[in-house]
Design a protein around this ligand. Structure first.
Ligand SMILES: C[S@@+](CC[C@H](N)C(=O)[O-])C[C@H]1O[C@@H](n2cnc3c(N)ncnc32)[C@H](O)[C@@H]1O
Length: 289
């Protein structure tokens, strides 16, 4: 089950009341949305979720409580227009849900031997992780690993992938993990973070265009937000946080928003103990002027 991260901090910082309209751009299992509804039962929520299975599941369970749209938040301007919805509060809880790792069967986790898909929305097409691995040239693979994974052994891994696929296509998690294992030095395999972590992160980001999505989504969110409304964004790695930090700073300089917290809000140790996945979370909040 997905445990919502920085739950109290998000609800407090969004400055909510029953008469307000909330746009949850990354609905997932609805952890944040359901807590907002519990505290403000009359509030109107529009939830966007790109994954069709999660969107369907939420609709079945709670479809009477909020409006749910199965789409990418990069289309949020159109979605808000179509639903005549101008939000007073907007939430982004970026990345993926625990469900993706544990149950989706799409190869997000290096601990489960599944096919390398990694698409949030397989119903809308787009390249799978396996297609990228088997068709991109070594330079492009290296760029993905370096830029999206900050992987020091990007070159070794990309060359090992290209070598391995000459024998047979690389289609499963275990095959990819095995290739990474042969490409990195011994000491790298004994670090706290698993040696395939960055490879898997970078492929997922490439498959879903995650960094471009955050840039466009957060920018458009600030545009549609009501004056005096708040935007809260939780990120889980430095690349996403950098995009948010730069965007918020630039918009603050233009007097479009004001920053609510001088520093990012991070989980307390109690939350990290209860939910280790929260340890890398950073929350940024801003208010539209
Ligand atoms: C961290 S989870 C959200 C969890 C949710 N806040 C909760 O507490 O249950 C992020 C969700 O965003 C979804 N997602 C990722 N990229 C998206 C996009 N571009 N548009 C809409 N949803 C997206 C993922 O499918 C995932 O369900």
């Amino acid at each position: 089950m997905h445990i919502p991260v920085l739950l109290n901090e998000v609800v407090e910082n969004l400055n909510l009341s029953d008469s307000k309209k909330v746009l949850d751009c990354t609905l997932g299992g609805g952890g944040h949305t359901l807590e907002i509804l519990r505290q403000y039962p009359e509030i109107a929520i529009l939830g966007i979720e790109w994954d069709p299975m999660l969107a369907r599941d939420f609709k079945e369970k709670h479809g009477d409580k909020i409006t749910i749209v199965n789409d990418s938040y990069v289309n949020l301007k159109n979605i808000c227009r179509e639903h005549n919805f101008q939000p007073d509060a907007i939430l982004f809880d970026l990345g993926l849900s625990s469900w993706h790792y544990e149950e989706s069967g799409r190869g997000f986790s290096f601990r489960k031997d599944e096919m390398l898909d990694m698409r949030f929305n397989p119903e809308r097409g787009g390249l799978t992780a396996a297609q990228i691995i088997n068709t991109y040239d070594s330079r492009e693979l290296e760029r993905i690993l370096r830029e999206y994974g900050e992987e020091d052994f990007a070159r070794n891994i990309s060359l090992a992938v290209v070598n391995a696929r000459k024998e047979k296509p690389v289609i499963s998690v275990s095959e990819l993990v095995g290739i990474v294992e042969t490409a990195v030095p011994e000491w790298y395999k004994h670090k706290k973070i698993h040696f395939a972590t960055k490879t898997f992160q970078s492929l997922r980001i490439a498959v879903n265009g995650e960094l471009e999505n955050v840039k466009k989504g957060a920018n458009d969110a600030i545009e549609v937000l009501k004056s005096g409304g708040r935007i809260a964004a939780i990120s889980f790695h430095g690349l996403e946080d950098k995009i948010l930090k730069e965007l918020f700073r630039a918009k603050a300089k233009e007097n479009i928003i004001r920053l609510i917290n001088k520093n990012v809000v991070k989980p307390q140790w109690q939350e990290i103990m209860a939910n280790p996945r929260s340890r890398s979370a950073k929350l940024r909040v801003a208010e539209k002027i």
